[in-house]
Design a protein around this ligand. Structure first.
Ligand code: NAI
Ligand code: MG
Length: 368
């Protein structure tokens, strides 16, 4: 079994956060025989500085060949005026497109120690563990026509087009149902079938996939606006939420804020299973950006990056127990009141990036 991981730390706090994941991987290789083989490349502004593009062809090829890609963050004011095609974000978009990462997984987990930092009452979020599965490569962000036309009468018309084909809905629904089986076995599908044709099709196809293959999973349908309301009213009613690109973008950001800081939020993006190996291409990244305001100071919160690596263990290497253990280590460190500045609370001890990483690794080691 191959265990190659391609690291793309990127810009700003990306490399600082990635450094803490390296420590964990080194420990696993030294003591658990995991045999992870690491390689590293450039993406974003640093790649632009080195090669004049947001990711080189050589690094793209390595990302395509790897079992998993760990991505830090890209961008920063230094590159605000570079040409649109080679701006730092273009590196991430290229990876998503070439690797065909159609399923974006955004967990919203509330660590008990941070329940009081939520924008909701602690009792509404304590123990919260939901997973939003967002379709990432279709829908209104990509549909054609997509343009602004001049109507010639002093008016212009902005056009975006929402398109979903059966196979796109089938494959994202399949991912959601599969994941639900490893969790609380419940999926809530969200669309706007009341006003959108693509929503009608979405609803039909999800229902069909459920009936055909996943009738053991509890399925519920909700209109996406009502779903947004329920998400902030009683979030614990959900297990897995599956939705399109646009609604998923918004709903996952809403869900994120139920659980506190940007520095805590991991994500995974998965592609289709390989026809021969069955293995999915996958990229794991924190939700946050390069945080130029704190970059280079050694104070960034590495938890989002570490939790992204936990997702990598779970979804790319089927190391489910280790993933839980790493997540438990994060929870324990928070329980002990060890905090980076962004999640600082009363009576807690403030630490920097590397101390936080060390504390999590120590808990991880302690439970092995
Ligand atoms: P950001 O996520 O980088 O930062 C927003 C705020 O949250 C900042 O005050 C930052 O200090 C704080 N923050 C973020 N992550 C943190 C962490 N791990 N620990 C402690 N504090 C943290 O978003 P912003 O400021 O809008 O964008 C900064 C740059 O990052 C821009 O160039 C943007 O284009 C890029 N960006 C890149 C993303 C990616 O690589 N996937 C995603 C979002 C933004
Ligand atoms: Mg967003």
């Amino acid at each position: 079994m191959s265990n190659t991981i391609f690291l793309l730390p990127g810009d700003g706090i990306g490399p600082e956060a990635m450094g803490e994941v390296r420590k964990i991987i080194a420990h696993m290789n030294d003591t658990m025989g995991t045999g992870f083989i690491l390689d590293e490349g450039l993406v974003g502004g640093c790649a632009y500085d080195a090669h004049g593009v947001a990711i080189s062809e050589e690094d793209m090829a390595k990302a395509m060949a790897a079992d998993a890609v760990l991505f830090g963050a890209v961008g920063g004011p230094k590159w605000d005026s570079v040409p649109y095609e080679v701006r730092p974000e273009a590196g991430l978009l290229r990876l998503r497109k070439d690797m065909q990462l159609f399923a974006n997984l955004r967990p919203a987990i509330c660590y008990p120690a941070l329940a009081s930092a939520s924008s909701l009452k602690p009792e509404l979020v304590e123990g919260l563990d939901i997973l939003i599965v967002r379709e990432l490569t279709g829908g209104v962000y990509f549909g054609e026509p997509k343009e602004i036309i001049d109507l010639g009468n002093g008016q212009k018309r902005g056009i975006d087009t929402q398109i979903y084909d059966t196979y796109e809905i089938e494959r994202i629904a399949g991912v959601a149902f599969e994941l639900a089986r490893t969790r609380q076995n419940a999926v809530c599908s969200m669309e706007k079938r009341n006003v959108m044709k693509s929503g009608v099709l979405w609803n039909q196809v999800v229902t069909e996939v459920h009936k055909r293959t996943y009738s053991d999973v509890k399925l519920e349908h909700m209109l996406a606006d009502a779903g947004g309301m329920q998400l902030v009213r009683a979030p614990k009613q959900f297990d897995v939420i599956v939705t399109d690109n646009l609604f998923g973008d918004m709903l996952s950001d809403v869900a994120a804020m139920l659980t506190g800081s940007l520095g805590m939020l991991p994500s995974a993006s998965l592609g289709a299973p390989d026809a021969t190996t069955g293995k999915r291409k996958a990229l794991y990244e924190p939700v946050h950006g390069s945080a130029p305001d704190i970059a280079g100071k050694g104070i960034a919160n590495p938890i989002a990056m570490i939790a992204s690596f936990a997702m990598c263990l779970r979804y790319s290497f089927n190391m489910v127990a280790e993933a839980y253990r790493l997540e438990k280590a994060i929870a324990t460190v928070l329980d002990k009141g060890i905090r980076t500045g962004d999640i600082m609370g009363e009576g807690c001890r403030q630490v920097g990036t590397s101390e936080m990483g060390d504390a999590i690794l120590a808990e991880f080691v302690a439970t092995s």
